[in-house]
Ligand binder design. Sequence first.
Ligand code: NDP
Length: 243
Amino acid sequence: MTEHEKAILITGASSGIGEATARRLAADGHRVFLGARRTDRLEELSQEISNDGGTAAFRRLDVTSAEDMRSFVAAGHAEFGRVDVLVNNAGVMPLSPLEALRVDEWDRMLDVNVRGVLHGIAAALPVMRAQGAGHFVNVASTGAYEVVPTAAVYCATKFAVRAISEGLRQESAGGIRVSVVSPGVTESELADSITDPTARDAMTAYRAVALPAAAVADTIAFAVSRPPEVEVNELVVRPAART
Ligand code: NDP
């Protein structure tokens, strides 16, 4: 294997940043294994990557299930014989003021954004340990560094992604690398999950200036492409223009 032929598993690859990352890493010569719930999209994307000369496969994945995540990682491992990188990218962002008490949406954010990442670590770490090397790229957010109104729970989940990633980094010397990529506003379907009218209105203005998803994919590709002795821990990427 060269630095350009890694076996890379990507969660949330059916749209936005995950989809762009799959395209980019495949174009860089890596083999990509794609997970999300919308398999029609994964099938289309895998086909597109194959048509362009790349290597891609997919499997339905719900990151909120530890069992499902284990099956996903096992299937990726069976497909490519290795798991060099797991990009924990799947996430949801149904923003609302805390006062609105949308407890179900809080739970969904915790389940996907926090438990999903933990399930990814639980599934892939033993495989990486057995290989003697591996790399987690966890997608957080600028919301992992600051809290804004309507985003308390979402930001809490992203603070958690940073905390978990830093803990994993400290505890896993010897071949296991951990990177956190934190995008600012990026073009994707993420804001579609907002049901609260106050949050939706606030987001329309906030999201007026956005990075293309390919720019975040480029940042992830940078972290992935460092030589084995280099561990990029945190990258924050924002649109240069201000809203
Ligand atoms: P999208 O909504 O376009 O993509 C989210 C992805 O997550 C989809 O592929 C979706 O697939 C997947 N997903 C959601 N729930 C689950 C689940 N239970 N199991 C498996 N996959 C799931 O948004 P983005 O591309 O923007 O989001 C990607 C990551 O980037 C998220 O972690 C988000 O928090 C983060 N981010 C995004 C920013 C932005 O402005 N866009 C800014 C900062 C961070 P499916 O529905 O098919 O399962």
